[in-house]
Design a protein around this ligand. Structure first.
Ligand code: NAG
Ligand code: NAG
Ligand code: NAG
Ligand code: NAG
Length: 425
């Protein structure tokens, strides 16, 4: 019996890997240079080091219609643009297009911005249900070597149908700290006004262990702190791609439940260096005058996913009500059906592949029920060296209902697993 279930688990993992072939894959990230036959521009950019191919490592994704947005933080020099997209109908090694365009997506020769639509340095982004792209910009270059603040950190909101900038809000010293590193943004829309409806953005500050709330309606931001936003000393050790490293990263990713009976959502969040999941009601987060004591007691521990289960990112699929999260040390993806109890049996690893999923960094569910995963070999990039003759960066995608089929994250309780037996025939 025990052997049988081991076989079943392996089979489910194998099936899942076969179900999710790479949609995009790159050895190095390259761009859609304007001059396509002569490549003069690329040559110049290589010559003057505004483009250093090996320094470009993507960390975030978000899909909107025919575009897949891909972010590249400015860890090192030679990043042409931090916010980019590829067309879904393009080739598997699709070139990146700076967003909103080449002129405003890049920095000037003196490392300054051309317009208020220029994003300097972003890790992860969010597309809301009203076709708006939300970006949190750290405003820095050369993070790993010689940090330079080019612009103030800011929240930017773009209308994806017109590429117009709807809003830019600069985050002030009242909400930031010297160690701030803004790693993700998720958005709660309020009211039925379509693209006019107001919204709250929840930004994780991994570097200084806080959630920053931004109200679009009031055009104001505030900072929320809690002990649970800090790293867990039991979960600071990692091994990915054969490289051991130690991180003490705080809260780095957050995602929202569907609205509850009281009209508010729960913000689910986790530090990177932790194996636990937490939640906090947006009723509390949205109240900028909430008493300190309520904030202190306002975070609930959902549970622990078990050893070596650190996650860099998570997202909830509203259709299946399943939360998906990256499993960095397992080169895979985990899930939890939120209608079920949170325990180790109900939070399985459903994908794992030490080749195509080495260092899964971001995970997103789009508006049509597809899951998107970005894997990027980040530990090799940061701590050793990458072999640019191999594929290093991949984007994998599959419908969420197919991914969870036959796993504990599927809605119905399966007896005798009909999916597996039909596949075995
Ligand atoms: C480097 O070359 C690119 C492409 O021709 C050009 O757009 C950019 O202004 C140049 N930058 C510097 C610092 O010379
Ligand atoms: C992909 O879509 C874009 C815009 O929707 C279009 O401009 C382009 O020609 C298409 N490319 C291919 C290869 O079909
Ligand atoms: C961006 O800058 C332009 C030109 O200076 C200005 O007209 C516009 O109001 C600004 N937009 C935002 C959202 O700040
Ligand atoms: C948003 O507001 C504009 C201008 O006030 C209006 O024309 C438009 O119909 C509104 N859109 C929605 C979806 O309510």
């Amino acid at each position: 019996m025990a052997k049988f279930s081991v076989l079943l688990i392996l089979f489910v993992l194998y099936q899942a890997a076969a179900l999710i072939p790479p949609k995009f894959q790159w050895k190095v990230m390259d761009f859609a240079w304007a001059c396509d036959d002569c490549c003069q521009e690329k040559k110049c950019a290589l010559g003057n080091e505004t483009y250093i191919p090996n320094n470009n490592m993507p960390t975030g994704i978000a899909r909107w219609k025919n575009k897949l947005f891909i972010t590249i933080p400015r860890w090192k020099k030679g990043i042409p643009a931090s916010l980019n997209y590829v067309y879904l109908n393009d080739t598997q090694d699709a070139p990146l297009h700076p967003y909103p365009n080449w002129r405003e997506g890049c920095l000037t020769q003196k490392d300054s911005v051309v317009s208020n639509r220029t994003v300097v340095c972003t890790f992860r982004i969010h597309v809301d249900k009203y076709d708006r792209l939300w970006v949190v910009d750290n405003g820095v270059t050369d993070m790993a070597t010689d940090v330079k603040q080019v612009t103030n950190p800011a929240v930017l909101v773009f209308d994806l149908n017109t590429d117009q900038l709807l809003k830019k809000y600069e985050l002030g010293a009242d909400v930031l700290r010297d160690s701030s590193m803004l790693t993700s943004i998720t958005v709660e829309t309020v009211g039925k006004g379509g693209a006019n409806s107001t919204a709250y953005a929840y930004i994780t500050d991994m570097g200084s262990n806080a959630v920053i709330v931004y109200s679009l309606h009031d055009d104001e931001a505030w900072r929320v702190e809690n002990h649970y936003f800090h790293f867990d000393p039991h979960a600071g050790v990692y091994k990915v791609g054969g490289i051991d490293f130690y991180w003490s990263d705080g809260v780095s990713s957050a995602t929202l439940s569907q609205p509850k009976k009281d009209g508010y959502c729960d913000l689910y969040l986790h530090p990177t260096s932790s194996t636990k999941l937490f939640k906090m009601s947006t009723k509390l987060l949205r109240d900028k005058n909430a008493p300190q004591e309520d904030i202190f007691n306002g975070v609930e521990i959902i549970g622990d996913r078990g050893p070596k289960s650190q996650a860099t990112a998570c997202d909830i699929d509203p259709i299946t009500n399943v939360m998906f999260y990256t499993q960095v040390c397992k080169n895979g993806l985990g899930c939890w059906n939120m209608d079920k109890e949170f325990n180790q049996a109900n939070t399985p690893l459903i994908l794992s592949d030490c080749n195509i999923m080495e260092f899964p960094n971001d995970v997103k569910v789009d508006q049509e029920g597809n899951l998107w995963i970005l894997s990027d070999r980040q530990s090799r990039f940061l701590y050793e060296s990458m072999d640019f003759k191999q594929v290093n960066f991949r984007v994998l995608t599959a419908p969420t209902n197919i991914l969870v089929r036959g796993t504990p994250c599927e809605k119905k309780v399966l007896k005798g697993s009909p999916f597996i037996s039909s596949k075995l025939k």
